[in-house]
Ligand binder design. Structure first.
Ligand SMILES: [Zn+2]
Length: 271
C-alpha cells in the first residue's frame, strides 16, 4: 500500500525534474515498486525506450499457442503496470495455471518513459497507440489538437520493440490493457468472441467500437490488418494502491487465465 503511495508521490516530483537519461527519483521508485518487488521473475530485456530505459518481458508456459500481453501502453494509466506484474506473479507462483499447449508473453511496462513522466505519450510526445504501420496511419491529429502519431509509421523504439517481439513469438492472440473506459474492445477475427469471454468474468461492456477513430492503433494493425484476434481491455478508474485496483484485479484474474487457455476453435463453435 505504502509502496504505491510513495511511487505516486515521486512520480509527481519527477514531472518537475529535467528530462534526460539520468535516473530520477521516479526511476528509483519504479525500480523499487516493480523491478525489485518482482525480481524473482525471469525478466528479459526486449528493447529500449526513447530515453534508453529497458523494456522487459517474461514468458510462461511452453506451448505453441501464444498469447501476447501488454500493459502500460500509456504512461498515465497508472494501474496498468501493476496489473501486468500481478499477472506475471500469479503465473510465476503457479505454473499449472497455464494449460498444456499454451504460452503467454508478458510486457508489463511498454512505455517506461511515459510512466516516469506521468504522461500518456512517450518521451517524444508520440502516442504509442497511434504509431503503427497501418493503411490509415497519420490521418488524424491527436486529441489535444497536435499531431501525436509520430514522424513516420513505427518511428518510435517502443513500437519497433512490439514489432520485433511479434516477429519472434508469432502470437495467436493479443491482449492489451488500458484505462479508464471500463470495457472489452475487440479487433480482428474472433476478437468479439474473446471480448465476450473476458466480459463473462469482469462484467464490463463489450465495445466493438471504442467511440472515436484510432488510426495507426495497435488494434487496427494487429487485429484488423494482420488478422490476429485481439482485445483491448479498458480497466475502470483507480490507482494501483486503491481498493479499486483490488476489485479490478479480482474480477479480471480468472478472465485473463481463460483468455490465455481458451481454444479459438471452441469459441467459434459457441458463436
Ligand atoms: Zn490507453
Amino acid at each position: 500500500m505504502l509502496r504505491f503511495a510513495t511511487l505516486a508521490f515521486l512520480l509527481l516530483l519527477a514531472t518537475a525534474c529535467a528530462r534526460g537519461q539520468a535516473k530520477t527519483s521516479a526511476d528509483n521508485a519504479i525500480d523499487e515498486t516493480y523491478h525489485h518487488q518482482f525480481r524473482h521473475i525471469a525478466w528479459e530485456e526486449v528493447g529500449r525506450s526513447v530515453e534508453n530505459r529497458p523494456i522487459y518481458m517474461a514468458e510462461f508456459g511452453d506451448g505453441d499457442d501464444v498469447t501476447l500481453f501488454f500493459t502500460c501502453f500509456h504512461g498515465n494509466e497508472s494501474s496498468t503496470p501493476r496489473f501486468g506484474y500481478e499477472f506475471a506473479n500469479l503465473l510465476h507462483n503457479d505454473p499449472t495455471l497455464i494449460a498444456e499447449g499454451k504460452k503467454v508473453v508478458i510486457v508489463p511496462i511498454l512505455n517506461p518513459d511515459g510512466l516516469v513522466h506521468g504522461t500518456r505519450n512517450n518521451a517524444r510526445d508520440v502516442d504509442l497507440n497511434r504509431n503503427y504501420p497501418t493503411s490509415n496511419w497519420g490521418q488524424q491529429p491527436g486529441r489535444r489538437g497536435h499531431v501525436d502519431f509520430g514522424e513516420a509509421p513505427a518511428s518510435e523504439p517502443e513500437t519497433r520493440t512490439v514489432l520485433k517481439l511479434m516477429a519472434e513469438v508469432q502470437p495467436d492472440k493479443i491482449l492489451t490493457v488500458h484505462q479508464p473506459r471500463k470495457c472489452n474492445n475487440n479487433d480482428g477475427p474472433n476478437g468479439l468472441a474473446l471480448a465476450e469471454l473476458l466480459a463473462e468474468y469482469n462484467g464490463y461492456p463489450v465495445e466493438p467500437y471504442i467511440g472515436y477513430p484510432t488510426p495507426g492503433s495497435y488494434g487496427t494493425y494487429a487485429g484488423k490488418e494482420l488478422g490476429i484476434p485481439m482485445v483491448t481491455l479498458e480497466l475502470p478508474r483507480g490507482t494501483p494502491d486503491s481498493a479499486a485496483f483490488d476489485e479490478m484485479w479480482r474480477v479480471n484474474r480468472d478472465g485473463l487465465l481463460a483468455f490465455v487457455n481458451c481454444n479459438l476453435e471452441d469459441l467459434n463453435e459457441a458463436e
